[in-house]
Design a protein. Sequence first.
Length: 285
Amino acid sequence: MKRDCDGGVVLINVLVILSIASIVVFLMLTSQDVSLRRAQSMAAATAADALARGAEASAVTALRRDMINAPDTDNYAEPWAQVAQQEAGLSTGRFSVTIRDAQAKLNLTRLAGGAQVEVEALLRVLAELEISRADGARIATEIAGRPGLKNLSDLRSISPETVNALSPYVDFLPATATINLNTAAPLLLRAVLNNGSAALRLESMRKSAGLLTPQDLDRVGAVQPALAGFTSQNFDIDIFAEVDDITVNLHSRIARLESFAGRSVVVTRRAYGVPLNTVPAIPQM
């Protein structure tokens, strides 16, 4: 009888040991599986970021080439604009690129100096959007009183609805940035030129030729405002890259800069998944 009891105890001990061993093996396999998935995710994230940064580098190269080959105009018919890529399916995911002329918008930074030309242009934009002139006065006063504003959504003197209505047409850019008549929306052409009929004719000419020149303004009897030009030094690029369900949304501001060392094309801001103006500028050497 005692031998049977001892045998039963031994069997129980063996079963316990086997159970523990099975649990340990399961945990080891599970840990390895988690580690493998983590490694795969990290690899996918690295690949997606490399894809996005490669597209960014392509845009920098295209804008540098354009700066040399066509310094007198910037328009969407030029090769730099062809960097854009509609969303395309890849074997591992998806990819898209959007590039915009940042100077296609009215530069609110210039209101900080109290420039009347910019204030009047802003008031005409508001009138086009059927927004009260009082909002324009509040915007100008706030910008003058809060140096360093960088984001439209940071304005406290106007409603979120007004911010949303203005966002396609205005932005905070470097103080030297003027509006590019080649890329500005028709509404902005009317507001900046303060000449509806001339703006309409210029828009037709721009659609036909892909760009405008100072001679085109002469032909329609329009005067080039001090706040406008035909070239740009600031461009925004939005890149979406997906690899194995890991996504990267990269927003970059690319600028053409001049210094004692010459002209260069550099990334001045880089943001992942947040608006560009909410991140600090990248220090330039």
